[in-house]
Design a protein around this ligand. Structure first.
Ligand SMILES: [Fe+2]
Length: 458
């Protein structure tokens, strides 16, 4: 019997098969939902140069599934070798994808469905212990997470798209909010960061390693629209002292004066959300802000962004046992009462929602709602090994990208864990990004230049 992060003995092949099947099916249902509500013209149009036409994502998920499951695991011949290059994300940047001879929508759907049919046959007889690639169903989980990540990307495209609303949230009303303290003290000391035994964790989450974290205070909820508006009304976007110089230069060059999709009309702030225009809800976490905006707000507030290690300690460390949990609430898979995940609401829930999902110290909404910017650069953990391919994470390591944690309302539970790491450029705003702030509990962590805490990378 192995210690599987407190989850008991290894799962049987039947359980692994069921989990793989359920995860692949959930992903495909969401892909269908996101692409069946638009006509062929909209599916083949490019709604933003930042994004692929949706029809590219549709065939790309099928192509990756074919590559990893049918060819790599099953040893099958290529179904359509001539299309591999078209759907290789590294061969063609997003801006050039509309000019490629992509499969039209109907053909893209038939191709992905044919791959899936063969994958289900393969899954029937799959052996899960032949290699690290198939052990615990890892490769099936990797493919399901990949499709869910594209479902999140496709939802970003829906948000960028101009035109009337076409999506309906399955659960329109997020959970009601509950009061509580604005911040909590996370005691100093070591904790175990990352994982070595989470079966479907990706390479950048590995391996588990101890990290000593100094005591710090952390917001119990993400920063709200009301709080961010206070920064704006205090002239935050016009005051260079709150900004990294390159961030301030970027917002000047782009004329940024508010989070993406906001506009001022008739004395109030409105936002566009999936084709509908509505007043900005004051108690909802702020969404569609860049790392520079998050960093500037935190400095204005006399605080800083948490480091990635601080975020993970707050999300996983159980002070009673000293061990790291899979999620803030424990080791159980996310349920509806824990977090706003899985595109159920198509919006973040008000700050203070999901009390059942809080960490032992009382930090809420760490999982779901909004991706949270951290101050940290995207770097490998000590002992990192690329698996199964360098392009998943290794080629992105460095100081160019900042880490985001916790997932958003657009992320499926299969692609979200306490250890899960996302990364993006500090100027990015089209992603479902927000943040919370921290402050050091020890005076020596105070920054030297202007007396405000430094939000530098971990
Ligand atoms: Fe991909």
């Amino acid at each position: 019997m192995t210690d599987r992060n407190g989850r008991g003995p290894a799962d049987s092949p039947e359980t692994l098969r069921e989990r793989a099947l359920a995860s692949l099916s959930t992903a495909r249902e969401r892909t269908a939902l996101l692409t069946s509500c638009l006509d062929d013209h909209e599916l083949t149009a490019q709604h933003s140069p930042l994004m692929s036409p949706l029809v590219w994502d549709l065939a790309h998920v099928g192509n990756q599934e074919e590559l990893w499951l049918l060819r790599e695991v099953g040893g099958h011949e290529a179904l359509r070798p001539e299309i591999d290059g078209l759907y290789d994300a590294f061969e063609h940047p997003r801006a050039e994808r509309p000019s490629l001879p992509l499969l039209p929508p109907g053909e893209a759907r038939r191709y992905a469905a044919e791959v899936r049919g063969r994958v289900l046959d393969l899954l029937e007889g799959a052996a899960f212990a032949d290699s690290p690639f198939t052990a615990d169903g890892f490769v099936f989980g990797m493919v399901a997470q990949h499709e869910q990540q594209h479902d999140e990307t496709m939802l970003i495209t829906h948000q960028l798209r101009r035109g009337p609303a076409v999506l309906t949230a399955p659960d329109p009303e997020p959970a009601p909010a509950h009061g509580g303290p604005a911040e909590v003290l996370v005691p100093g000391g070591p904790f175990v960061m990352g994982t070595s035994d989470e079966p479907w964790a990706l390479d950048n989450e590995r391996p588990a390693h101890p990290v000593d974290v100094a005591p710090f205070f952390l917001d119990t909820a993400p920063v709200t629209n009301a709080a961010f508006l206070a920064f704006m009304e205090d002239g935050g976007y016009h005051e260079p002292r709150w900004w990294r110089p390159e961030g301030f230069a970027h917002l000047r060059a782009r004329g940024v004066k508010a989070p993406s999709y906001w506009r001022r009309e008739g004395g109030q702030w409105l936002r566009r959300r999936f084709g509908a225009v509505e007043p900005v809800p004051p108690d909802e976490p702020v969404l569609h802000v860049s790392w520079y905006e998050a960093d500037a707000y935190a400095r204005w507030a006399g605080r800083r962004l948490p480091t990635e290690a601080e975020w993970e300690k707050a999300a996983r460390h159980d002070p009673a046992t000293g061990r790291s949990r899979r999620y803030p609430w424990g080791d159980e898979e996310p349920a509806r009462e824990h977090a706003n995940l899985g595109q159920r609401h198509l919006r973040p829930a008000p700050a203070g929602s999901f009390p059942a999902g809080r960490s032992p110290l009382g930090v809420g909404q760490l999982i779901g709602d909004v991706w949270e910017w951290t101050s940290s650069d995207f770097l490998p953990y000590p002992g990192f090994a690329a698996f199964p391919y360098r392009e998943y994470s290794e080629v992105f390591f460095g100081t160019e990208y900042k880490v985001l944690r916790g997932g958003s309302f657009a992320v499926d539970p299969v692609a979200c864990r306490g250890t899960f790491r996302n990364w993006d450029l500090p100027v990015r705003r089209q992603i479902f990004s927000g943040f919370r702030t921290a402050r050091s509990a020890l005076p020596e962590r105070v920054g030297p230049a202007d007396g405000v805490p430094d939000g530098g990378a971990a």
